[in-house]
Ligand binder design. Sequence first.
Ligand code: PRE
Length: 256
Amino acid sequence: MDFTEPETVLNLKNIRDELVRMEDSIIFKFIERSHYATCPSVYKENHPGLEMPNFKGSFLDWALSNLEIAHSRIRRFESPDETPFFPDKIQKSFLPSVNYPQILAPYASEVNYNNKIKRVYIEKIIPLISKKDGDDKNNFGSVATRDIECLQSLSRRIHFGKFVAEAKFQSDIPLYTKLIEDKDVEGIMKNITNSAVEERILERLTKKAEVYGVDPTNKSGEKRITPEYLVKIYKEIVIPITKEVEVEYLMRRLEK
Ligand SMILES: O=C(O)C(=O)C[C@]1(C(=O)O)C=C[C@@H](O)C=C1
């Protein structure tokens, strides 16, 4: 897939292959985070002892927003597959712009589910993947660093829904035009859903977690990420939010 060549990006097989590759990076990032405790203090706004100077928000927000500011200066968010968690804070790149061809609709960057992704990650995913409950004050920085990697991988995966949606729109413009004109959200949801693909994803994840989630030379050793949790995260969070992204993107697709 090459973002300077639209036909490679809007090919549903290429998109799905890319989604499969992203599974591996998500699993490995979860495994990195699983070595630590939940560390609730990292996520609390202005938590006593963890307040950052001139900043309102959590320790994680401080780390993530400052990293995004640095990355925006080197063009990260000009790439159509990158979505910032702090779109109001990022800055203009000092590198010249890459002239990406317009692949997605002009409003695509406004379809941003990162607040929801961050909330669900903190509330639902961290308790599943952390090794134990509680704070570990020597590791707050490491935890925030691992969280950022997990969040960025989840965000990229989920917002890939925009490319899926555009590819599906292009594959049947009359059908989607009618559904959008009728504001038929349920009809769009039904048409973008492919249960066989979803089932294959969950089956593959079960196998991957069985292999990557334990030390293969010591199968009875401590599990780092279990098939059960990984499937739950994809089934209840990752795939449903990807579909929300697809539906929101499509609902606006006729905007001039
Ligand atoms: O592959 C697709 O067709 C997608 O729309 C992506 C995806 C997913 O999130 O993996 C979402 C909805 C479909 O039901 C199947 C899979």
